[in-house]
Design a protein around this ligand. Structure first.
Ligand SMILES: [Zn+2]
Ligand SMILES: [Zn+2]
Length: 136
């Protein structure tokens, strides 16, 4: 278990996997239901409208989109320019990659998962220094 900084509330927590603390995870699950229901009734709403109407913050909506749990169905079918394929930068409306790149990655994913060990201990750029310091 690693102590890392939560992606959303910035508190350090012991992570088994992922970068979101259990408290935020719970909030995100509730937010997800709100946003999902809103999008269900308002298919072409932009992220600004969604954030305003559901009172869910944009980073959370974006997170849910990237996780593929939400799909923004904008009129032009590109997700309203919010998300882009991480490989070819094509506009997408859910997840991290476009269908083309997903297909390509699927064929190589076996290798990268088994041959990829993360031995990072220092963390990359992110620092939790000072956040838990209490001086009496
Ligand atoms: Zn958190
Ligand atoms: Zn792509």
């Amino acid at each position: 278990m690693n102590i890392i900084q939560c992606q959303f509330c910035k508190k350090p927590f012991g992570s088994i996997r992922g970068r979101i603390c259990p408290a935020c995870m719970e909030d995100i699950d509730k937010d997800f239901i709100k946003v999902r229901d809103y999008i269900y009734d308002n298919k072409h709403a932009s992220i600004d409208v969604i954030a305003e109407e559901t009172e869910v913050s944009k980073p959370i909506i974006l997170y849910l989109l990237k996780e593929g749990r939400l799909i923004i169905d904008s009129p032009d079918g590109t997700g309203g320019g919010l998300l882009f394929c991480e490989v070819c930068k094509a506009p997408i409306n859910t997840g991290r990659m476009c269908k083309d790149c997903m297909g390509k990655v699927a064929s190589t994913i076996d290798k990268s998962v088994s041959g990829h060990k993360r031995a990072e201990t220092k963390g990359s750029g992110m620092s939790i220094k000072g956040s838990a310091k209490i001086n009496n």
